[in-house]
Design a binder for this molecule. Sequence first.
Ligand SMILES: CC(C)(COP(=O)(O)OP(=O)(O)OC[C@H]1O[C@@H](n2cnc3c(N)ncnc32)[C@H](O)[C@@H]1OP(=O)(O)O)[C@@H](O)C(=O)NCCC(=O)NCCS
Length: 186
Amino acid sequence: MTAANSAATRPDRTTARVRLRPTMTSDLEFVLSLEQDQENLAFITPWERTQHEAAIRFPDFRHFIIEGGQALNAVGFLILIGCRSQNQSLELKRMVVQAKGSGFGRAALRVAKKVAFDDLGAHRFWLDVKARNSRAKALYDSEGFVVEGELREALKVEGGFESLIVMSMLRPEFTGRRSLGLEVHA
Ligand SMILES: CC(C)(COP(=O)(O)OP(=O)(O)OC[C@H]1O[C@@H](n2cnc3c(N)ncnc32)[C@H](O)[C@@H]1OP(=O)(O)O)[C@@H](O)C(=O)NCCC(=O)NCCS
């Protein structure tokens, strides 16, 4: 990062304003275009439109548009899976933010944790992240997710295989963070 792009000049990440709203079919062009963006393709496995349409409808899924900034425009999307899980184990299946490094990802992740634990009754909130996705991994680390392990070379990609890191947060960990003021209020 150059001096001109330092913490002093970039938007205040800790106060980025976001909210989540359910994704509508009319949002899917935006969602698909984000998935197909070269910057994101390296870190996710894009879905077909029909998979997103199903995720909007299925009760076990929650598909959200991330709205952010002063005008609360669409700035990204995220998908939760396992919302009806008997094991109360929910997965953050995917999170993509268009304008990176502005704090929208962290703010959206905090709202997603609140939705998972407060609204959907999660006991465990988990995700996997490509081992070389250092930006996302740093975000999950700093938001209190604990590394469970590595799925070694679990993904076949062009030119070889990639490993996935599985990370999770348990309800007592979330509650503990909240009591320290590290999470969105109940
Ligand atoms: C991962 C992603 C959702 C994070 O959202 P974001 O808005 O860019 O992240 P934030 O601005 O909230 O930054 C959160 C943290 O990420 C890390 N980070 C941000 N930019 C970084 C960079 N260029 N290099 C390394 N880490 C970086 C930092 O730890 C940062 O914390 P800080 O504010 O204390 O410095 C977003 O970058 C994205 O959409 N990436 C492509 C898709 C993807 O990888 N999705 C996750 C799949 S598991």
